[in-house]
Design a protein around this ligand. Sequence first.
Ligand SMILES: [Zn+2]
Length: 264
Amino acid sequence: MACSTRGVYLKRRARHWWLLACALGLFGTQTRAEPRPQPRTMPQRPVDAGKADVSLDYGATPVRVGGMRCVEQPPQAFLIRTNWFNNGAVGAAMAQQAVRYRTEKYGFFRGFGRAEWNPHPPGFYAVATTFMGLPLQVHKRIVPALKCVEQALKDGPGHLVYTARGVGGIRYHNTYHGGEVSNHVYGIAMDIDSDVNTCCGCVGTWNQHPLCRKKTSNVYDRTALPATWVKTFERFGFYWLGHDAMQDTMHFEFLGDPDKSIAP
Ligand SMILES: [Zn+2]
């Protein structure tokens, strides 16, 4: 059922290319379909509800971690899932490239790509670390970028306007429907406070969540996460899935080049 059960909205043309890519086997033969994370509790007031003043240029302040300089970089376009669905054959090729890149850089996840591209699964490279004092496991190659985000939040007002209470990193099973593979299985994605930062385009009961029922075109009305945090993550190669059709506002994924995160 893999390629015919996508749980998220796709335009008709994008769906055409998606199904074509599936038919060509670009995404492997994953068949497991599990629901996206569900809200653990009813919505609460966020710990710090205030949205930050995003008019400040936080990017002007260099960030250092462990004596190294944090390097700012954008996410790589071919890794952004939105680009796979809106660019015809070019998008399908990007999706194929993304599977190979993630396998080579982060590990082979069964059903996607080829085992000869990487001798180990992503879990082999996972390490225990912390983010804003909270424990999580991620791929070791993204730890420097994550630490840069953390330091930037501590250097600026980020730590004052929002306090994370729970984070999640690597997963050992794929939670995406429709033949696509989640970046969580590569250890390069993390979720923050899944009870208050919604995923209104995900399957399950998310569409019943009060923040998802709001009539608004502003995704920040559907999340407790302040824009300051999003912009800080984005400085260091992370992509926020709040920008995606899924509006997965708890979710950041590292789509930069892990070899360029820090420099002397
Ligand atoms: Zn996630």
